[in-house]
Design a protein around this ligand. Structure first.
Ligand code: ZN
Length: 82
C-alpha cells in the first residue's frame, strides 16, 4: 500500500485514490431459489478459498477500478508526460 501508484487510464494521477478492501463472505445458496442458506466457515475444505487481491484501487480522478498491482506497475514507470 506504500508503493507509488499511477492510474493506467488517465496516466497523470499519482496522489488521489480510493482503496477498496475486499472482504470475503463464503456462502451457500439454494440452487433453485437463489436464497442464501448459510455462511460457510473460511476453513471449509469443500469450498475454494479466495486467493485474489486483498485490495482493489479506484482512481480518484477518472474512476477506473483495477487491482492494486496494476496501479503499482504503472507507478514504477517514469513517464510523466501529459
Ligand atoms: Zn485515472
Amino acid at each position: 500500500m506504500n508503493s507509488v501508484y499511477c492510474c493506467p487510464a488517465c496516466k497523470t494521477n499519482r496522489s488521489r485514490f480510493n482503496l477498496i478492501e475486499q472482504v470475503v463472505h463464503p456462502i451457500r445458496k439454494d440452487p433453485s431459489t437463489g436464497k442464501m442458506i448459510e455462511h460457510v466457515p473460511l476453513s471449509d475444505p469443500l469450498q475454494f478459498q479466495y486467493q485474489g487481491e486483498p485490495y482493489r484501487v479506484q482512481c480518484g480522478i477518472c474512476g477506473l477500478i483495477d487491482d492494486e498491482r496494476t496501479f503499482v506497475a504503472f507507478g514504477k514507470q517514469d513517464s510523466f508526460q501529459d
